[in-house]
Unconditional design. Sequence first.
Length: 255
Amino acid sequence: MEAVQRRYELMDISVIIPARDERYFIGPGLRELFWQNFPSKYEVIVVDNGSGDGTGDFVREEFPFVKVVEEPIRGTNRARERGRLEAQGSILAFLDADTIPARHWLRNGLRYFDDPSVVAVTGSYNFYDSGFFLQFGARFVSEIAYPAALWFTREIMGRGIMIGGNCFIRASALRDIKGFNTDIERLGDDTDTAIRLSGVGRIVYRKDVFAMTSARTYYRDGVIKTLWGYTFHAARISARSLRERKPIPHTSARS
């Protein structure tokens, strides 16, 4: 246990995972985080967001290297903000509770911050519990749709998009934008964060920042309803941003 504690004494990265009623899904991702092929120091923070299934206690008992904090007010961005305030890393990495990062996830995500203009890196994904249709769709998004959408929003609209459940963000950039918008409970949260971050630096998409995630929302709510919800709220937040658009000076170098 002492060796594990020494591993987390000084942090380059803090991994923050919001979790509400995720007792039966969070374990695989935490195990993969423990075994990351990463030479520097990092910490893992799970934010228990008002769980009723004992998620926080389960993580404390089974994964003692993880720091568990409580955020009783529900909302993904509230949990992320609570984690941000607890974190010690200069880079903050975010995963969903049912997401499993690749073994080189931390190493691959961190290296893109060698470019001082980059404030956030978002990565690709696929599903570990779906059939061919959803896996093919995820691959299409990762290979074609997402890179094109990010280029358009960044180069044409002067904004950005991001996958909140698989991303890395400079802690200093989040401080500059005053953290996450806690008025947004869930859908549209990633878009809001990306738009505000794009005012202080570049958001890049890299396929090797890869994670596997669950398709359970698509099966529970249906593919069309789920995709419509994501698309509608992203468009709503983007449209609001354009209406309220003000010129924001871009920072060319960050620490």
